[in-house]
Structures are given as structure tokens and as C-alpha cells.
Design a protein around this ligand. Structure first.
Ligand code: SF4
Length: 391
């Protein structure tokens, strides 16, 4: 896969470098020793041969035995000299932890922001989207596994420092840079450097993330974003352990922290038949969101498609997605969407007060945008979100 850019936005659809539905981003087993559990870690002692991508990590402590203690994500790996953490992109070299993916962009192109999906963030605009290899979990259904589960040296990449990302975003008139397709947390140095440069030059930044981040790094990374989309994979620890190889609790803590930071956040829940679609689980999910984040946080139920290690599970039936929405609506969430089903009416935004349709979407395209000054034009009810570049 060679990175390439679309020159067709906004007059045509964006080109596709990697499979669609990046919202089904990857995610691996906390019970195992982190630095030996990952298939990527097996490649730990391979030389990547290109030091341009290597820079000292920012979230770690040196230990007295030559190991280092990474505090970027809840795995808290302690790799010894010459060994990488679970994610495969952070390596101990002589007692110093390095990231191997700074400016090592393995995918770049322009997406409508609706594809992330973010529905309450600058609708109808393009996001210059970049990814680096690796992930700190290992979802059995990952649609981008060829990048997310690859060692950096195994994913074709281009040297794309923050200045180049910025210039490309400006060149293609994108108001936003998106860190997406794989897990941006584990490339935090590159993400933060690029975000700071983007903000100094009037652009915005968004992260499409699994939320599996250490509390010590959370504000430093997500704090540089204008909006965040979190993939909440399920509402049970057992699913997170078996299917994601991660943990639910830190992700929920991330969502609460993002709310306290006042960061615009939307949640995607990939509904997988018979695995995370039970009425009880979905009711508990909706109640937790309402009680801890508020009724206005958009929740997207996304249709599952077989991929990677989960080829024996059927596509989510549309009635299952509709039932999930009905449950969340009944609990009182205001903005519940159905994703990956082009043309479904639950892709539109309606006013929670008067019921008027305010944003009409077909696939990733905006057909009508009626919100004015952040409010419903029919009843003046405030509609939460970032609706124009000056807000
Ligand atoms: S980011 Fe997470 S998985 Fe990667 S080395 Fe650090 S603690 Fe381990």
C-alpha cells in the first residue's frame, strides 16, 4: 500500500487507500506479559533502517534494571533493552524508550469528516487523514489490520513530518487534520507535534481513537484535539478481553475525562451479532452514557462486516441496529445514529425538542444543513456540536 492523496475533494468522493469503515478500528490480552504477547513484538530486534522516524518517547520512566516503564497506555509495558512494547512501535534502546513512527505515515488521504464518523463537527468539510502503523489492542474484527497489526518496517510508509502534513492539508483546503485508521495514541509524539503546528496555522485536529490511553497522557494527547471519536467496542469486560484484547474500564474513564475537559466527543459502537448486541448490555450502555456524559453525546451504532479474524460472523442485520437505536432513544439519548447503512434515515440529525430534521445525510454527503447559529431554526433549541469554523 503506497500512500496517496485525493485531488478530487470536495467535487468528488475521496480516494481510498485502505478499506472503508475505519470506525471499526483495531484494537489485544491484558493478562499476558505485554512485551511478549504481541505478534509485532516478535519483530522487536529488527532494525528499521531509517532513523528519520525515531525520536525519544515522551511518556515513560527509566527503571534501574535497564528496562523502561511506558506510561502512554494502560498496558504499562516494561520492555528490556532491544525490546518493543505490545504496540510494536516503541522500543527500548539502551535504557531509553523511542517511538519508531514519528512522521512515518503509512496512509494519507482526504475523507469527508462524516466518514470518521463525526456528525456534529464541521459537516460537509474534508479532513486530511493520516495514519502510522501499529495499535495497542488487537480487535478480531479490525478492518485496517494490515496496518494496525503491522510492525512499522513492514508497512510501506513515507517520511511526512508535521510541516508536510500541514502543507498538504492547506493545499487541499482541509480545515481539519485527522489522526485515524490505526490508533493515534501510540504515535502521540507525532500527533502532538502535528496538532500544535496545525493550531498555530489556523487548522483544527481530530483523533479517531480507541480511548485506551493512560490517564497521565490523556490530556497531553486528546487535549490537542478539537474533537475526538471514541470506538466503544462493547459494554462488557469479557468482550474487551476476548475480542479486543483490551479493557473496558480505562475506556470509560477516558470518556468521562473527555467530558470534564469539555472536548467534543462522539461514540461509535460496532454492533456485532450475538456478541455485544443484547438488550441488557445496550440498555446499560445507554444509561451509563446518559448518567456520566449526558444525553447530548452522539452515539453511532455501526454495522459489522466480517474481516480479519472474524470471518464467521454475519453482517449485522439492519433491524438489530434499529433495535439498538430504539433502546438508546427510550433511555433518553438525543442523538443516536445508525452507521454503515447508506440511505438509512437514522443518519439524519433531528431536533430533540421539536423533532424537525436539521441535517440530512446520504452516505457521507450532506443534502441539507438547516442548523443556524448552533440552534434549530424552528424552535431555537441549541444543538450541541461544532457547526462552523468560527465556533
Ligand atoms: S503505548 Fe501501550 S502498548 Fe505501546 S509500549 Fe506503551 S504501554 Fe506498551
Amino acid at each position: 500500500m503506497t500512500p496517496r492523496y485525493s485531488s478530487r475533494w470536495p467535487s468528488g468522493s475521496a480516494s481510498t487507500l485502505i478499506p472503508d469503515s475505519p470506525q471499526a478500528a483495531s484494537t489485544a490480552s491484558v493478562a499476558e506479559p505485554a512485551f511478549v504477547a504481541s505478534p509485532v513484538a516478535a519483530a522487536a530486534r529488527r532494525s528499521n533502517g531509517d532513523e528519520r522516524f525515531v525520536t525519544e518517547a515522551r511518556f515513560y520512566h527509566k527503571l534501574s534494571n535497564g528496562r523502561v516503564h511506558c506510561t502512554l497506555c494502560p498496558r504499562e509495558c516494561n520492555p528490556g533493552d532491544g525490546v518493543r512494547g505490545y504496540c510494536g512501535v516503541r522500543e527500548n534502546r539502551g535504557g531509553v524508550l523511542y517511538t519508531l513512527v514519528h512522521s512515518r505515515v503509512c496512509a494519507a488521504h482526504i475523507d469527508p469528516v462524516e466518514k470518521k464518523p463525526l456528525f456534529h463537527y464541521l459537516p460537509g468539510t474534508g479532513a486530511f487523514s493520516v495514519a502510522t502503523a501499529g495499535c495497542n489492542v488487537n480487535c478480531k474484527f479490525c478492518q485496517n489490520w494490515e496496518l494496525s497489526q503491522a510492525a512499522p518496517e513492514d508497512a510501506p510508509a513515507e517520511f511526512m513530518p508535521p510541516e508536510k502534513v500541514l502543507n498538504l492539508a492547506l493545499q487541499y483546503h482541509c480545515p481539519t487534520i485527522a489522526f485515524t485508521y490505526t490508533e493515534p495514541i501510540i504515535a502521540s509524539e507525532f500527533v502532538v507535534d502535528t496538532a500544535e503546528l496545525a493550531h498555530r496555522n489556523g487548522l483544527r485536529t481530530i483523533a479517531i481513537s480507541n480511548g485506551y490511553i493512560h490517564k497521565d497522557a490523556l490530556e497531553a494527547v486528546y487535549g490537542r484535539m478539537d474533537a475526538v471519536k471514541i470506538d466503544l467496542k462493547a459494554f462488557s469486560e469479557s468482550y474487551y478481553r476476548k475480542t479486543v484484547a483490551g479493557e473496558l474500564k480505562p475506556v470509560l474513564e477516558t470518556l468521562v475525562a473527555l467530558a470534564k475537559l469539555g472536548k467534543w466527543t462522539e461514540i461509535v459502537y460496532l454492533l456485532v451479532p450475538a456478541l455485544n448486541d443484547g438488550d441488557e448490555e445496550l440498555t446499560a450502555l445507554a444509561r451509563w452514557i446518559k448518567e456520566n456524559l449526558g444525553a447530548d453525546v452522539p452515539l453511532h451504532f455501526s454495522q459489522f462486516h466480517p474481516d480479519y479474524k472474524m470471518l464467521d460472523v454475519a453482517v449485522t442485520p439492519v433491524p438489530s441496529l434499529e433495535r439498538a437505536k430504539q433502546i438508546s432513544d427510550a433511555v433518553g439519548l438525543h442523538f443516536v445514529y445508525i452507521g454503515n447503512v447508506p440511505g438509512h434515515p437514522a443518519q439524519n440529525t433531528c431536533c430533540p425538542q421539536c423533532g424537525s430534521m436539521l441535517v440530512e445525510r446520504t452516505g457521507f454527503e450532506i443534502q441539507k444543513m438547516l442548523i443556524r447559529d448552533g440552534a434549530c431554526p424552528f424552535c431555537a433549541h441549541a444543538i450541541p456540536g461544532i457547526w462552523c469554523a468560527t465556533t
